[in-house]
Design a protein around this ligand. Structure first.
Ligand code: ZN
Length: 248
């Protein structure tokens, strides 16, 4: 089974379409979505429609999906994110808002090798940034490969037996690949499709081959100026447009 892994699309249809085009060669059998379909970008309705058309084998909600759907408040959001929530709601059909509200909370077990969550397996809204958090995530995960998003930074870390944490991949750079050793435990973030934050503005995604026990991290160029212009035209805060240009 080969999975296409998408996370943090954030209403960026230009990035999503570039990823889907790039991923065609990988001929994935199924799609896994790690949450935050919407927020920040200008095309939430198109992104929700595209994701629904992909019929994901598994999908979990992100913090932005929850707030936009009205099932969580925006207390934890900064002013930019709050403004984006209000605008995003106005761009979504009631049907798409209902779809976002229906998305399940992670973690979700997908198959014997893989589980997915948005932030962390122990808390869907937690940011896995430091070594301590990654170790806690490895301890909490119920599958050898625990996929997460939320930080918008590609990352792979592992623990084999009693060994200490090993960071195998962090941030942008060229295409990386991680092979899962028998008995190893892994936490893996494919990076963000629609709002990368590792100073690489290219869209990020991953292909996980469960039979080969391997995950490939991919980056792809997309028309970032078009995404920026859409954000500005829709009246979102300009900072949300400019950060796309530099991947921050
Ligand atoms: Zn996000």
């Amino acid at each position: 089974m080969r999975y296409l892994i998408l996370s943090d699309i954030h209403s960026n249809i230009d990035a999503l379409d570039a990823v889907l085009e790039d991923a065609r060669a990988a001929a994935a059998d199924a799609v896994l979505v790690l949450g935050d379909l919407v927020g920040y970008g200008a095309e939430p309705e198109a992104v929700v429609a595209r994701v629904r058309a992909l019929a994901p084998a598994a999908i979990v909600r992100g913090n932005h999906d929850k707030v936009v759907a009205g099932i969580d408040n925006d207390d934890g959001f900064n002013p930019l994110a709050r403004r984006s929530v209000a605008l995003t709601r106005g761009l979504l059909s009631p049907e798409s808002i209902a779809y976002l509200a229906s998305l399940p909370q992670g973690p979700l077990a997908v198959e014997p090798l893989v589980e997915i969550c948005h932030g962390a397996p122990f808390d869907e809204d937690w940011y896995l940034h430091d070594e301590f958090d990654l170790l806690e995530a490895l301890a909490a995960s119920r599958r050898p490969a625990c996929l997460f998003g939320h930080t918008h930074v590609p990352l792979a870390a592992a623990r084999d037996g009693e060994d200490q944490l090993r960071v195998l991949l962090a941030g942008g750079g060229e295409h990386g690949e991680v092979t899962f050793a028998e008995g190893g435990r892994y936490v893996l973030n494919p990076g963000s499709v629609g709002q990368p934050r590792d100073r690489d503005r290219r869209a990020a995604y991953a292909i996980l081959d469960a039979d080969a026990r391997r995950m490939a991290f991919r980056r792809v160029e997309y028309p970032v100026e078009r995404a920026r212009d859409r954000i500005l035209a829709a009246g979102f805060p300009p900072a949300l447009a400019e950060r796309l240009m530099v991947g921050r």
